[in-house]
Design a protein around this ligand. Structure first.
Ligand code: BV8
Length: 251
């Protein structure tokens, strides 16, 4: 990290962070860029994360989500998650603020002790009725997420209307929760530093959020081992894994 960036970080008191799948990669949660395996080998994640896929193959899509839940329950936050939680506590104690907006549907930021402002694409642990939208609590999936699940199982029925339960996430082609997006946009517009960690910058409208920083010339930092669709907008690019780069940035 250059001395210039170190000074920018030291003087920041209102930090807005946007994270993507890459921040959970070192915990062992596959990113969307990685090839699928097992039951889902012939599909890309983007193929499965749609209402159409769930309508056509509810058991396959439902089992994919239950398997991902099991995997997430069995892994731990990594130093990237814990660095953001620490930085958030430190800034909060000094009268500042660090907001975390994530595209991820896992709970690893929370399990690292951080407050999350917005889960733009929902939570993998939420389930709702595809017909009446009633939320439903389900027991944890009973298979080992570190090995691939057995045959697909049908999604359960809604206890209220008998409809079909679906994952409580935002699928491709579905609208984001307006309040989540708007609060994320507000924190980025009022930040004095924006950090974008672990996202390819492909999925919209999430990927457009960091660009709001350009309105006021707020410094933009990207943490990613690779170049992304939004790297050109960045003032600083830390080319490395977030588990290494975020602790260096936060401390
Ligand atoms: C919307 C929840 C309005 C589910 C997700 C045609 C019709 C309809 C819509 C569209 C269309 N064409 C385009 C769109 C818009 C579409 C879109 O953006 N498509 C893309 C594919 C072009 N967006 C939508 O549909 C959104 N809704 O637009 O509504 C609308 C409605 C109707 C009609 C028109 C418009 C909804 C998008 C939300 C989808 N749901 N997740 C689930 O999780 O199963 S998206 C999902 O994929 C993730 O949440 C995340 O957002 C995205 C993956 O992106 P990343 O997080 O960036 O992860 P990725 O794997 O791509 O990259 C990982 C990065 O990490 C890499 O850069 C890698 O280098 C880096 N990395 C790896 N290791 C590390 C690391 N970085 C740091 N450290 C490491 N160790």
């Amino acid at each position: 990290m250059t001395e210039e960036l170190a000074e920018v970080v030291r003087s920041a008191s209102r930090v807005a962070v946007l994270t993507g799948a890459g921040i959970s990669a070192e915990s062992g949660v596959p990113t969307f860029r990685e090839a699928q395996t097992g039951l889902w080998e012939q599909f890309s994640a983007e193929d499965l994360a749609t209402p159409e896929a769930f309508h056509q193959a509810p058991a396959l899509v439902w089992t994919w989500y239950r398997w991902r839940q099991a995997l997430i329950l069995q892994v731990d936050p990594n130093p990237g998650h814990t660095a953001l939680a620490r930085w958030q506590r430190q800034l909060g104690a000094a009268g500042g603020d660090l907001s975390i907006t994530t595209q991820n549907v896992d709970d690893l930021h929370e399990r690292a002790g951080a407050q999350v402002l917005a889960h733009l694409h929902g939570s993998i642990f939420d389930h709702r009725c595809a017909e009446c939208s009633q939320l439903a609590d389900l027991p944890e999936p009973d298979y080992d997420g570190l090995v691939l699940p057995p045959e697909p199982t049908d999604p359960p029925s809604c206890g209220e209307c008998g409809g079909t339960l679906r994952p409580g996430v935002v699928w491709f082609g579905e609208m984001l929760p307006v309040d989540a997006f708007d609060s994320a946009a507000a924190t980025i517009r009022s930040a004095d530093l924006v950090v974008v960690a672990g996202t390819s910058g492909i999925v919209q409208p999430a990927a457009s959020l960091p660009l709001l920083a350009l309105e006021r010339g707020t410094p933009l930092v990207e943490v990613n081992p690779e170049e992304t669709d939004i790297s050109d907008a960045m003032d600083y690019c830390l080319r490395g894994p977030s588990g290494t780069m975020l602790p260096a940035l936060a401390d």
